[in-house]
Design a protein. Sequence first.
Length: 120
Amino acid sequence: MKTLIASAENLFDTSYIEMMCRGKQEAILQIHQLFFELVPEVTQKMETGLSTGNQLLIEQAAHHIKPVAMNYAIPGVGERIDEIEILARAKADVAMLEPLVHDLTDTLQTVASQLAESIQ
């Protein structure tokens, strides 16, 4: 499995968000805040899904973060979320989902940290 985090460079691009918000800083910051709130929530739900064997919870959490994560143009994240959703929906073994979920959540947490540093 190829991991999503490949370098120390920023893993995100906010140009789509800036365009959507027409450069209005308040709107941009609201979207960033939503991302900051969703990452730990989704991470916790996916970890709970893994530990309890609840593929539905994993699928729902992946689906929940997808539109917000896609706004940041994180390379490979859309495909990873799709992969997790498909496998979870098919009731794949948790052992198969675990490395994919951890790669996704590690990437999202890295992006959240990088984003927080970039807006300070």
